[in-house]
Design a protein around this ligand. Structure first.
Ligand SMILES: C[S@@+](CC[C@H](N)C(=O)[O-])C[C@H]1O[C@@H](n2cnc3c(N)ncnc32)[C@H](O)[C@@H]1O
Length: 361
C-alpha cells in the first residue's frame, strides 16, 4: 500500500535537504508518537550518510517497545529534485510485521517560492496492511505538520535574515527598476533569470513582456509575495505571466538545472561581501546563452554620502569590479552610472547614482 503526502517548506531546498539528513529532525518530527534510540552505531551520527546502515530501537509514546528498525538512506539527484530514499525494514518486534518498506522524500522547488516536499511510503505487512495504513497515514500527516512548522528553523543565515526583513509590509515599491526597462525595452528575451528577485517587480515586468522568467531569491517569503501579486494580476486581466519562483542561496547553491542558460540574466541591488558577490557574478556570466545579455545593477559607493539608506561600504562595488568577470570574447560590455532621484528618510529629493553593467555575449 502507498501513502503520498506533499508539503511546502519555507526554506531553500538545500536547507530542507540538510534537515532530512539530521537525526535530531528525524526524532523531532516523529515525537511524541515514536521515539528512537540508536543501536548500531550506539549514537546517532551528526548526519545520516547515504549508503550507510543505521539500526534504531523504536518506542511508541516513549515507552511501548516496537522493536528494531534498519535505516538505509540512499541519496539521489535528478534535475532540480533531490531524493532521500530509505529502504530500511523492521528487524525485530512488532516492526518486523512490515515486510516491505520503501520511503522516498523528494525535494524540489515548488515554483511559487517555498520548497516542495513529496513524501511517498510504500509498505506491505500481510494481513495487517490495511490497519497499518491508517496508522501510517495519521503519522505521516503529523510528520508533515511538524516539518512545515519546523522549516523556518532550518533556514540558513541569509534566508533567516531576509525572511525576517520581509516579515510584515512590502519592503520595496513594487515598481520595476527603471534601468531594466531602459536596457530591455523593445527586445523581449525568450527566457530570463533574475537573481535576488526580492518581491518580484522586475520578474513580473519581464513576464508581462512575454518572457519565461526564473526568479531566484534566498527569501521564500519575498518570492511568495511575488507569486501572490502574479496571481492577482492574472486574475484581473487574464494575461498569463510565466514565472518560476525558486528559493535558493545563489552563493552556496547551484543555479537551477534547467534551462542551463538564459537570453537575459539580471541582478539588481544584490549587495553582498566581496567573496560572495564574486561567486554569484561568475555564475551569472555562465548562465548567459550565446547572444544573450547580462545586466547587473548596484548602488554606487558614492551614494554612501548622499543621506539615503544604503548597504554598508564593504558590500558596495563598482562597475569595473563586475567587468573583470566578463570574458573578452563577449561582443560588448557597457559600464555606466545613470543618475536618478530618490527620497531620503526625511522626505528630501536626493540625487543618487547606480552602477550598471550591461553586456552581450
Ligand atoms: C536589495 S534586495 C533587491 C530586490 C530586487 N532585486 C529589487 O531590486 O527590488 C536584495 C535581494 O537579494 C536577496 N538575496 C540576498 N542574498 C542572497 C543570496 N545569497 N542568494 C539569493 N538572493 C539573495 C534578498 O533576499 C533580497 O531580496
Amino acid at each position: 500500500m502507498k501513502i503520498s503526502v506533499t508539503t511546502n517548506l519555507s526554506c531553500t531546498r538545500s536547507d530542507a535537504w540538510d534537515a532530512l539528513h539530521n537525526p535530531d529532525v528525524f526524532q523531532a518530527v516523529s515525537a511524541p508518537f515514536l521515539s528512537f534510540e540508536a543501536k548500531e552505531p550506539s549514537t546517532f551520527p551528526l548526519r545520516f550518510e547515504s549508503k550507510k546502515r543505521y539500526v534504531v530501537q523504536a518506542r511508541a509514546f516513549g515507552f511501548i517497545p516496537m522493536g528494531t528498525q534498519e535505516i538505509n538512506p540512499v541519496d539521489s539527484t535528478s534535475g532540480d529534485c533531490t531524493t532521500f530514499t530509505d529502504n530500511g525494514r523492521g528487524l525485530s518486534g512488532p516492526l518486523k510485521a512490515v515486510t516491505t518498506f520503501r520511503h522516498q522524500m523528494t525535494l524540489q522547488p515548488s515554483g511559487t517560492g517555498p520548497t516542495k516536499l513529496t513524501d511517498v511510503l510504500e509498505f506491505r505487512a500481510g494481513l495487517l496492511t490495511p490497519a497499518l495504513w491508517i496508522g501510517f497515514r495519521l503519522f505521516w500527516w503529523w510528520r508533515h505538520k511538524k516539518m512545515a512548522t519546523m522549516a523556518p528553523q532550518w533556514q540558513n543565515h541569509a534566508t533567516a535574515l531576509w525572511d525576517e526583513r520581509y516579515n510584515n509590509t512590502p519592503l520595496w515599491s513594487g515598481a520595476v527598476n527603471p534601468t531594466l526597462i531602459s536596457m530591455i525595452r523593445g527586445k523581449t528575451p525568450g527566457t530570463a533569470l533574475d537573481v535576488g528577485a526580492g518581491e518580484g517587480a522586475d520578474a513580473l515586468w519581464l513576464a508581462e513582456q512575454g518572457c519565461n522568467v526564473t526568479a531566484l531569491d534566498v527569501s521564500p517569503r519575498a518570492l511568495s509575495r511575488g507569486e501572490k501579486e502574479r496571481q492577482k494580476r492574472v486574475c484581473s486581466d487574464s494575461r498569463e505571466r510565466n514565472i518560476r519562483w525558486i528559493a535558493s542561496d545563489s552563493v552556496t547553491d547551484e543555479l537551477p538545472a534547467a534551462p542551463k542558460t538564459y537570453d537575459l540574466v539580471v541582478s539588481h541591488f544584490l549587495h553582498l561581501p566581496q567573496a560572495e558577490r564574486e561567486i554569484i557574478w561568475k555564475k551569472l556570466v555562465h548562465a548567459v546563452a550565446p547572444g544573450g545579455q547580462l545586466l547587473i545593477v548596484g548602488h554606487a559607493p558614492e551614494d554612501l554620502k548622499s543621506g539615503v539608506g544604503r548597504p554598508p561600504a564593504d558590500l558596495m562595488f563598482q562597475g569595473q569590479d563586475v567587468r573583470r568577470f566578463i570574458p573578452s570574447s563577449w561582443s560588448s560590455v557597457r559600464v555606466t552610472r545613470p543618475r536618478r532621484t530618490q527620497r531620503s528618510a526625511e522626505g528630501a529629493e536626493v540625487e543618487v547614482n547606480d552602477v550598471v553593467v550591461f553586456a552581450t555575449r
